[in-house]
Design a protein around this ligand. Structure first.
Ligand code: HEM
Ligand code: SF4
Ligand code: SF4
Length: 682
């Protein structure tokens, strides 16, 4: 089942990826740099955010006006920065979702990769609140909606004793202190945590791609700038707690789950969020799989050259002082829990050379499941049956199992875990021993190797830029590197191999590692970035969210009130006082527990709210909080509210009945005035 989902996902992903390969070239294809693109967009968010912060006022009255100033008076710079801030945040979500999807469908999240996967989950819990608090700060009608729904969700947690949502139901209830707190969370608190969390996310892998190639950065920035100019981000009217707009323009990237709160309870929404996060966390072990045997070091053959440590993409090797008394200073050590058994380190080891005699072909480091000696046997066996003068030996990687379909009298195929597992000396061996007329290395697309750095290291070793280098005597015209998709690029690989075979026969030159699709195709590139900008912008405005049904109004029932104490205070007699230790003596004993609050609210004689609310606090001595929002048609309605705080079973201690005509979009708040001991409808 999992394999089927992943295969379908891979096909869905590879289709656009291959089109973009044609436009951008493999190495500059944005779909191959999704993690680093997310970081780049976060940089854009940071820089544009600094500009906005300079002008932002952290007060109830100043917040909206200061943002409006940027958009209207300073549209040429502040307005662009504001739009850039919004759209880059959305673009970060687009690339982030694609990043997660890709890691999942390409199976790059299991085994030792669980760490990167699992540390990605807290990033989601930071990046979304970061966006949400940003929308809150603008203090327009959307901000009010975000504030109310977020507070309703937070109120469902047993953190606050009072209702947080009540703070957003009237202008009087709001304080500047709250804005300062929100600004601190959005501008300083969450970004600091995010940077730290990204560092943890990538720190276990070597040479993480933190920055995308410059052309991608330029394209990403230009597309966001174009979007900002074409469709500037605007506010949706100053927040007014007295009215509720029927439709809102919602940023679905950040606020996707908010509309759920219209029909779901906050508890159900929390369950969805926490459940999804937990599922993500345990995904690397669903179902548990067999971990292939990890590499092992043979000290007798290890000279401590460190090349394996240099080349391991997962930090699974380190050097340690020599433990066997040989003349070398250090030896390689395998950190077994980090090793993915890719074999790239074997390809890096200078002792893994097929020219050694059979008995001596035991390299310093080797993969137990496919040792170098076995690869040499596979090579000699496979080439033995080849005929003609265009004989090819094709090395494919783990995912290229389809390559087996190429086998014929002129073509032999040897599958490795990663092509970088093959030490370059093997190519020399094959050509100098005339085992084949040409060698093809067919691996994952450059920059997107299943084992991160395998394709890059192979290219550098073959191009004699990295140890172990291909010997100078090897004729590189007899060698082709084909970086195509391991799963679906079979047709491309097949035709490329045929043209290489023909070039061999015609003695044409074919430079190793040459990536013919590297030249940018401007029209395709422009189209791709435009589509990206449209996708980043589209769901920030469409579809509009209908907050309130046509012709409806809202009633919020909200107050906190403490029930009476269950037991009266009792004056202690001298005799009772004498029985107590001196430090516990007080004139009267007041049991703290209070009665629950009983509240009943009906509209046009229809019961809408009827609850007994327990007092808050550990000692059950705090206030009880009433909060509910009810949507109803505009027009004249009769409201009744009754409350008892004395534990009585019949009737109410306080009650009010009134008729009010509500206009469309009106927000009526029903409160309790503690001083007057009466209800207020306003
Ligand atoms: C702010 C959000 C995120 C950013 C900026 C980010 C960035 C990155 C970067 C730069 C890499 C290194 C890529 C490389 O050099 O090969 C990476 C790797 C990875 N990320 Fe993320 N990531 C984010 C969120 C996530 C999430 C939410 C998940 C999954 C739940 C995830 C899963 C992974 C995995 C599994 C790898 C390791 C890939 C490998 O070993 O080949 N990331 N991420
Ligand atoms: S590359 Fe080989 S010889 Fe060099 S340290 Fe690693 S195992 Fe030892
Ligand atoms: S097999 Fe791969 S992951 Fe394991 S040590 Fe070698 S290079 Fe690193």
């Amino acid at each position: 089942m999992l394999a089927l989902i992943q295969k379908t996902g891979r096909l869905a992903f590879e289709w656009p990826q291959r089109w973009l390969d044609k436009a951008f070239g493999n190495t500059l294809n944005p779909l191959r740099h999704l993690g680093s693109m997310t970081i780049f967009f976060l940089w854009v968010v940071l820089v544009s955010g600094i500009w906005i912060t300079i002008f932002f006022q952290t007060s109830v009255n100043g917040a909206y006006e200061s943002v409006e100033y940027l958009s209207n008076d300073q549209w040429y710079l502040g307005g662009v920065m504001r739009s850039l801030h919004r759209y880059a945040s959305d673009a970060a979500i687009v690339t982030l979702v694609l990043h997660i999807f890709k890691e999942f469908v390409f199976n790059r999240y299991r085994s030792a990769r669980w760490f990167s996967w699992m540390t990605g989950v807290p990033l989601l819990w930071m990046i979304f609140p970061l966006g949400i608090t940003g929308y809150w700060l603008v203090w327009d009608q959307l901000a009010l909606y975000v504030a109310l729904v977020s507070s309703e969700m937070l109120d469902a947690l047993p953190i606050f004793t009072d209702s947080m949502a009540r703070n957003f139901l009237s202008v009087e209830a709001l304080s500047d202190r709250f804005f300062t707190l929100m600004a601190f969370t959005h501008i300083i608190g969450l970004p600091i945590f995010l940077v730290f969390a990204i560092w943890i996310h990538v720190f276990r892998i070597t040479r993480p791609k933190i920055n995308p190639p410059r052309t991608i950065m330029a394209g990403a920035l230009l597309s966001m700038l174009a979007l900002s100019m074409a469709y500037p981000a605007l506010s949706q009217g100053k927040a007014d707690p007295a009215s509720v707009p029927d439709t809102l323009v919602l940023d679905w990237y950040y606020l996707l789950i908010y509309p759920l709160m219209k029909t779901w309870s906050p508890g159900a929404v929390w369950l969805l969020l926490v459940g999804f996060s937990m599922l993500l966390c345990i995904a690397p072990w669903l179902p548990p799989g067999r971990k292939p045997a990890v590499v092992s070091v043979d000290l007798e053959n290890c000279n401590g050259c460190e090349r394996c440590v240099e080349d391991c993409p997962f930090g699974a090797l380190e050097m340690a002082p020599r433990s066997d008394g040989l003349k070398y200073t250090s030896e390689a050590i395998v950190l077994t829990n980090l090793c993915l058994s890719c074999g790239i380190c074997v390809g890096a080891c200078p002792t893994a050379t097929p020219f050694r005699t059979r008995s001596a072909l035991s390299p310093g480091i080797d993969l137990p499941d496919q040792p170098v000696v076995e690869i040499r046997e596979l090579v000699t066996d496979a080439s033995a049956g080849l005929q003609g003068n265009r004989r090819l030996l094709v090395f494919g990687c783990d995912g290229s199992s389809k390559l087996s379909g190429l086998k014929d009298s002129e073509t032999a195929v040897v599958n490795l875990t990663c092509v970088a597992q093959l030490p370059p000396s093997f190519i020399d061996f094959i050509l100098s021993r005339d085992l084949a007329d040409g060698v093809v290395m067919a691996g994952c697309a450059s920059g997107d190797c299943q084992y991160r750095l395998g394709a890059q290291w192979t290219e550098q070793r073959i191009n004699r830029q990295r140890d172990p280098r291909l010997r100078k005597r090897v004729d590189t015209e007899k060698l082709a590197l084909l970086w195509t998709e391991p799963w679906s690029g079979f047709t491309d690989t097949k035709s490329a191999i045929e043209s290489f075979r023909n070039s061999l026969a015609a003695a044409e030159s074919s430079a190793p590692g040459k990536d013919r699709s590297r030249f940018l195709r401007p029209a395709g590139v422009a189209l791709a970035w435009s589509l990206f900008a449209v996708s980043a912008g589209a769901f920030t405005i469409w579809p509009p969210f209908s907050q309130l049904g046509d012709g409806n109004a809202i009633v919020s029932l909200t107050f906190s009130h403490a029930g009476e104490r269950i037991e009266e205070c009792h004056k202690l007699s001298q005799e009772e006082l004498n029985k107590l230790p001196p430090n516990m003596r007080k004139p009267s004993d007041c049991p703290r527990e209070r009665y629950p609050l009983k509240v009943s609210f009906s509209i046009d004689n229809k019961l809408m709210y009827n609850q007994a609310l327990a007092p808050s606090g550990f000692w059950k001595d705090g206030e009880s909080t009433v909060y509910d929002r009810i949507e109803l048609p505009a027009g004249s309605h009769e409201f009744f509210i009754g409350m008892s705080d004395s534990g009585r079973t019949e009737g109410f201690d306080f009650q009010d009945r009134t008729r009010i005509t509500l206009s469309e979009g009106q927000h009526l708040v029903v409160e309790f005035d503690h001083r007057q001991k009466s209800f207020i409808f306003r």
